[in-house]
Design a protein. Structure first.
Length: 161
């Protein structure tokens, strides 16, 4: 009979190897490899943010153009009022929409509580000094395609939506 000392690396417990049973030549049972352990640790870490990005994208698909149009117009009307009030009190147009959220002497709580994102989670485009029909500023949503200056932009100007 062959002793365990006849086989190098056998460790004395088992003779030979049994790869089908997951045993090494030393007879120790192989557990999951380091790659498997790393994958099991990293998978939930990486999958979490991916889940939220996919969920946000799917949610944005549910926002139809007509729903988005209604929400955009309501939000832009409120921003337009704040812009015009700022203009009346300061004599010039605000440089950005964010300025409207800051407290001033005339508006201790600011002109807007916050600058909203459009229904497609994009910032509104505000261009002071632009001439958009009877106003000296332009305010628009990039629309469902999320790109400015395209056909689906939404503005208070009736001809643009």
């Amino acid at each position: 009979m062959t002793s365990s000392s006849d086989h190098p690396g056998s460790g004395g417990s088992h003779v030979g190897s049994d790869p089908e049973r997951g045993r090494t030549p030393s007879g120790a049972h192989r557990g999951p490899g380091i790659r498997t352990l790393v994958a099991l640790i990293l998978l939930p870490i990486l999958a979490g943010p991916a889940y939220f990005l996919i969920a946000e994208w799917v949610d944005s698909l549910h926002t139809t153009r007509s729903e988005g149009l209604r929400v955009c117009l309501d939000q832009m009307k409120e921003m337009q009022k704040a812009i015009q009030l700022y203009h009346l009190e300061h004599g010039d147009w605000p440089e950005s929409l964010e300025i409207l959220t800051r407290p001033t002497e005339d508006a201790p709580d600011g002109y807007l509580y916050e600058v909203p994102l459009d229904p497609w989670r994009e910032p509104y485009v505000y261009r002071p000094g632009a001439t958009a029909h009877f106003r000296d500023f332009e305010l628009l949503s990039k629309g469902p395609d999320r790109r400015a200056d395209t056909e689906d932009d939404i503005s208070l100007d009736e001809s643009r939506h």
